[in-house]
Design a protein around this ligand. Structure first.
Ligand SMILES: Cc1cc2nc3c(=O)[nH]c(=O)nc-3n(C[C@H](O)[C@H](O)[C@H](O)COP(=O)(O)O)c2cc1C
Length: 335
């Protein structure tokens, strides 16, 4: 069991916040496969303060979508306070503060991973959030800005001092973005320095890689991020491996087909046909990863506009003679 403030979790596998991915249907879908705790997409407090419809819709949730974490992004106290005030009416259990996002436009505003360069400023902002939030506050960091300035231990100590209840750490620097080696040593240094739980992120694509993360860092839990894209089975596989020591075989084509259709329909129900089909395009590629000869179908899929068109392509995938060539997913291209 892991405790984040008053929240108790029985699973050590958490669905990571992913902008453009972890919307309500995606979270519900992963929960069906055993995900216990999930995060919404990152919420920009400035947009929330301006009552942006799109930002508010990211906070949509349901009874089945619990327990839930919300992640905020910002660096200006007035917007952070306004955002926290608006969020009081929403139902979620944990409030995470983003000090990890490497996107240029975010860094240029002094937000996200830019805060790793100024741990004292981050400390001040976290104290403000802790003081004004009625829910347990956490922070998500990276190992540092670049390989010359790995400072996660110092940043995490500041965060603990500010009163956060857990630290999420992506084991890469801002410079690395999403590729290159995960720095297990930097995560272990954070774990050894803190009393609060440390939840690690980076290349959790399989039970073996999750085990490596636990063994090498001593972390309390892990975040599943790209490993869940087109692969909701990962939550079941992780639980099975850690409870029974058994590596599950990859799902058969028939099962992938069934789940793809269900996923597509849940997107269309929530987003409407046009957006739901468009959002599903990248998932088609992820679900069919590791199968030989699916490129022509993927190409067609990238222009599919209607539910019917997409269903036909999924049907063709099922009927194709191609079998799987890659049994374990060890990496994932960025969307
Ligand atoms: C498409 C995408 C969007 C992401 N958005 C966020 C985000 O909004 N907030 C955040 O803290 N991390 C975000 N991340 C980072 C993940 O939470 C995770 O830390 C990172 O992908 C490393 O884990 P992985 O190697 O297992 O994918 C995002 C990652 C991806 C791939």
């Amino acid at each position: 069991m892991i405790k984040i403030g008053r929240l108790k979790l029985s699973s050590r596998f958490i669905l990571a916040p992913m902008a453009g991915i972890t919307d309500l249907p995606f979270r519900l879908f992963n929960r069906k496969f055993g995900c216990e705790f999930a995060f919404v997409e990152m919420i920009n407090v400035r947009s929330l303060s301006y009552k942006s419809k799109r930002t508010k819709s990211m906070l949509d949730t349901t009874e089945a979508d619990k327990p839930l974490g919300v992640q905020i992004l910002g660096a200006e106290p007035q917007y952070i306070l306004k955002g926290l005030d608006i969020m009081k009416q929403y139902d979620f259990e944990v409030l995470d503060f983003n000090a990890a996002c490497p996107m240029r436009k975010i860094i240029n505003r002094g937000e996200g991973a830019a805060l790793l360069k100024d741990p004292k400023k981050l400390h001040g902002l976290l104290k403000l959030v802790v003081e004004h939030s009625d829910r347990p506050v956490t922070v998500k960091i990276r190992t540092g800005w670049d390989k010359k300035s790995v400072n996660a231990r110092e940043v995490a100590l500041y965060a603990e001092d500010a009163g956060v209840k857990a630290v999420f750490i992506h084991g890469r620097t801002k410079e690395q973005l999403y590729s290159g080696k995960v720095d297990y040593d930097a995560i272990r240094a954070v774990k050894e320095a803190l009393k609060i739980p440390v939840i690690a992120s980076g290349d959790i694509f399989s039970p073996e890689l999750a085990k490596k993360m636990f063994d090498e860092t001593g972390c309390d839990a892990v975040l599943v991020a790209r490993g869940s894209m087109g692969n909701p089975w990962i939550f079941r596989e992780l639980e099975t491996f850690f409870k029974k020591g058994v590596i599950s075989p990859r799902p058969v084509k028939e099962e992938i087909f069934r789940v793809m259709l269900e996923h597509l329909n849940s997107f269309v129900d929530y987003h409407g046909e046009k957006t739901g089909v468009m959002l599903f395009r990248k998932f088609f590629a992820w679900y069919t990863k590791g199968f030989r000869g699916v490129r022509p179908l993927r190409e067609k899929c990238s222009t599919a506009k209607t539910l019917k068109e997409m269903e036909i392509l999924i049907g063709k995938f099922k009927e194709s003679k191609e079998s799987i060539v890659e049994h374990r997913i060890h990496s994932h291209e960025m969307p």
